[in-house]
Design a protein around this ligand. Structure first.
Ligand SMILES: C[S@@+](CC[C@H](N)C(=O)[O-])C[C@H]1O[C@@H](n2cnc3c(N)ncnc32)[C@H](O)[C@@H]1O
Length: 162
């Protein structure tokens, strides 16, 4: 019998112990360990950043010469001097144009739509958010930049080997 899903797993308690705002921090840590994408001095958009655990880690990895633009529909408590916080919708380009005055060197997106309980609808909305993320990258990401993104695995998701 599968174990019931609980958010209060070992990562929940580890996040608390490390003063990280969400257990999702460990996903980003794992990606960074594997691919070393985030470098000192990077300028990164954190799309769907609340409550802020990814930005907490990014802030440490990029150092004082780097900058994070942490964006979410929800308010985010201040993180560090190299993290600028913006409350708004990542699909609103009028809002984004005011934020990005220079090209970013990376984008990370841990976006989650408001779930409806209907898997097809939820994965569709997750895919829609990812279309917006790709538009953002097309417009603001440096040609040699990187993207880390999350998508719910529904019909819209096509698996590739990497
Ligand atoms: C899983 S949480 C992100 C957790 C974050 N990575 C962390 O480590 O703290 C997903 C976030 O996506 C945000 N979100 C969903 N749709 C959005 C949109 N259109 N614009 C901005 N943020 C959005 C939600 O408000 C939510 O805070």
């Amino acid at each position: 019998m599968p174990k019931p899903f609980t958010t209060k797993d070992q990562y929940f308690y580890l996040a608390k112990a490390k003063n990280l705002r969400a257990r999702s921090a460990f996903k980003l840590e794992e990606i960074q360990k594997k691919f070393s994408l985030i470098k000192n001095g990077a300028i990164i958009a954190d799309l769907g950043a609340a409550p802020g655990s990814w930005s907490q880690l990014l802030s440490q990895w990029i150092g004082q010469k780097g900058k994070i633009f942490a964006i979410d529909l929800q308010e985010i408590e201040p993180i560090a001097s190299n993290v600028q916080i913006f409350c708004g919708d990542i699909t609103d380009f009028k809002f984004l144009n005011k934020i990005f005055e220079q090209k970013i060197t990376g984008a990370v997106a841990d976006l989650a739509p408001k779930t409806t309980g209907t898997p097809d609808a939820d994965s569709y909305h997750s895919a829609e958010l990812n279309h917006a993320v790709l538009d953002i990258c097309q417009k603001y990401l440096h040609p040699n930049g990187f993207l880390i993104t999350k998508i719910f695995q529904g019909e819209e998701f096509v698996k590739v080997n990497c």
